[in-house]
Design a protein around this ligand. Structure first.
Ligand code: SAH
Length: 239
């Protein structure tokens, strides 16, 4: 498969556009970008900065450490990047956001693309979030110095699901988090390595038995490691 009818379109608003495509310029995502299966535009928020120094931030109202990205500057950057009828969801990378999930990634990948705003400093003026309908998205419970790496994470997760990007369609379906389960373990040659053989069932050619074993392993690992996932309920951990 090659070029999609309308390529999935990503627009990034950042103070560091040179960080894009970065790691997404290589391998599957880079090949797909070169083919035109998706497009990427990184725009510098500073183009909408104020005054001679193109200032984008100011001190926090009420005092305190750090600087805050101004709502008027960000809104101008968003408006210039989207136009009136842009149907794409607008994400704001934020540690306060809803944690990114494979389900949300699937929805995003099925849509027309995304506009992603990358915060810096202490974050952004709260008013622009409601004022421009931004969806706050977190990539985990830790604090990064900026939203750019988080945006790359979102893009990587979405782009690999676009039609034609991954070699084999099935490799997207049985993976971790699909069906609320972590994935079963993988093995390849050599058959015996440092006294650790490949589980016998995998060499037997009995496909039904292999499917049962993989399912049981996925449930066991999920119950052990991620009892919070829905698939873990299938088999409560042994006491
Ligand atoms: N003062 C903020 C953290 C600001 S970190 C707080 O305590 O919540 C600076 C920027 O990095 C944020 O605006 C956001 O865009 C990005 N960022 C940091 N951690 C992130 C995370 N876990 N997920 C997504 N974006 C994150």
């Amino acid at each position: 498969m090659t070029r999609a009818e309308t390529p999935w379109r990503a627009t990034i608003l950042t103070l560091y556009p040179e960080m894009f495509p970065g790691p997404l310029g290589v391998s599957l995502s880079g090949d797909a970008l070169a083919r035109g299966d998706w497009s990427l535009e990184a725009r510098n928020i500073r183009e909408h900065g104020l005054g001679r120094h193109r200032s984008v931030d100011d001190t926090p109202a009420g005092g305190g450490a750090g600087m805050v990205l101004r709502c008027d500057v960000l809104a101008a950057a968003i408006d210039a990047a989207t136009g009136a009828h842009d149907p794409r969801p607008r994400l704001l990378m934020s540690p306060r956001g809803r944690p990114l999930s494979q389900a949300r990634v699937r929805e995003l990948a099925a849509g027309p693309g995304a506009l992603i705003v990358c915060g810096r400093f202490e974050g952004v003026d709260e008013r622009v979030i409601a004022g421009r309908g931004l969806e706050e998205v977190s990539i985990g419970d830790y604090v990064l110095s900026g939203g750019e790496i988080a945006a790359l994470v979102v893009l990587d997760a979405c782009v690999r699901l676009l039609p034609g990007v991954m070699g084999k369609v099935e490799s997207g379906v049985e993976e971790s988090f699909e069906g609320g389960l972590l994935e079963y373990p993988h093995y390849t040659r050599p058959r015996d390595w440092e006294g650790r053989p490949i589980p016998e069932v995998l060499s037997g050619g009995n496909h039904a038995a292999i499917a049962r074993w993989r399912r049981a392993e996925a449930e066991r690992i999920t119950a052990e490691r991620r009892p919070d996932l829905p698939g873990a309920a299938a088999r409560p951990p042994a006491r």
